[in-house]
Design a protein around this ligand. Structure first.
Ligand SMILES: [Mg+2]
Length: 304
């Protein structure tokens, strides 16, 4: 059984926006001094907190010796700013025992060294570097304004299709030949499986972990939420078959807005490669942008 190895940045796990603003306005020294002064004040949960907490909870509930999930905090903060992070991990009783403070150096080489499968970060640069290295990664948007998760242990994840689970080969056809050309292409290639996208490996590991039962249920519930519709649907289902993988729900929206559908599903996290989807979704559910098909300069996310 594989283990899902997740790395989360300090700013994605905890709400560090106040310190980050100080860093941007007054520089590194003021930021370090502030975190040291505040080290006994626990940080509030950030956008990736519910997912990470829920994933680690699966290890406890499964009662297995081997963990389903390993989570670590990786951040380009200097170690001198680290005490508040460690104390906040303790305060929230997160069983995270591994962390790297890379001291203003990009995290990507260390992600590789740790064998990380998934990075959740507020840093567009770190997420983009990870994707280029073949590691699934997302730039996390801000916390949703409202809506708490229920207390079900089952982890719900929603994935977009093209340029997330699948490669962007069909997306490129769409851009070149518009909707009619795209639909024609998908119909003509209905029996040709789509190639792996940046999150295909994560879906494979989750499918493997689905064999473990917790209270008689699977540990994850996975939904595909895609703008595809009409003649572009069947190729997706055939691709899952050819991969030997399954999802629990598939929503082919044919242009219907994603946010309402996501709110109904209530995922711990949603991954999509387009800001036009991630933006509205992030108002209602924790959401991350997969920086693959998108040029990075289109991404309106603050840098670490
Ligand atoms: Mg897409």
């Amino acid at each position: 059984m594989e283990t899902l190895k997740v790395a989360v940045s300090a700013r994605a796990l905890f709400d560090l926006e106040e310190s980050h603003a100080l860093f941007l306005e007054q520089g590194a020294e003021a930021f370090i001094a502030h975190t040291r002064e505040m080290q006994d004040v626990p940080l509030s949960p950030g956008v990736a907190f519910p997912l990470v907490k829920g994933l680690l909870n699966l290890n406890r509930l499964s009662g297995r010796k081997e963990p389903l999930v390993e989570a670590m905090v990786i951040t380009s903060f200097v170690p001198a700013a680290g005490i508040r992070i460690l104390k906040s991990i303790d305060h929230h009783q997160l069983p995270i025992v591994r962390s790297s403070f890379t001291g203003n150096v990009p995290t990507v080489d260390y992600l590789d060294a740790f064998g990380v499968d998934l990075l959740l970060s507020k840093s567009a640069e770190d997420a983009q570097a990870a994707i280029r290295r073949g590691i699934a990664a997302a730039i996390m948007y801000d916390l949703p304004k409202a809506g708490d998760l229920d207390h079900d242990f089952q982890i719900r994840i929603a994935f977009d299709g093209d340029a997330v689970l699948f490669s962007d080969e069909s997306e490129r056809v769409y851009k070149a030949r518009k909707l009619p050309g795209f639909l024609e292409n998908e119909k003509a290639n209905v029996n040709v499986p789509l190639a792996d996208g940046p999150f295909a490996k994560v879906l494979r590991i989750i499918n493997d972990l689905q064999q473990i039962e917790i209270n008689g249920r699977k540990p994850f519930r996975i939904a595909l939420v895609t703008a595809r519709g009409g003649d572009a649907r069947e190729r997706v289902l055939r691709t899952f078959d050819s991969w030997g993988l399954s999802v629990d729900e598939a929503h082919f929206l044919s242009g219907f807005p994603k946010a309402g559908i996501l709110k109904a599903f209530g995922p711990h996290i949603f991954f999509d490669d387009q800001d036009a989807h991630v933006g509205p979704a992030s108002e209602v559910v924790p959401s991350g942008l997969v920086p693959w098909a998108n040029p990075i300069d289109e991404v309106q996310v603050a840098q670490t």
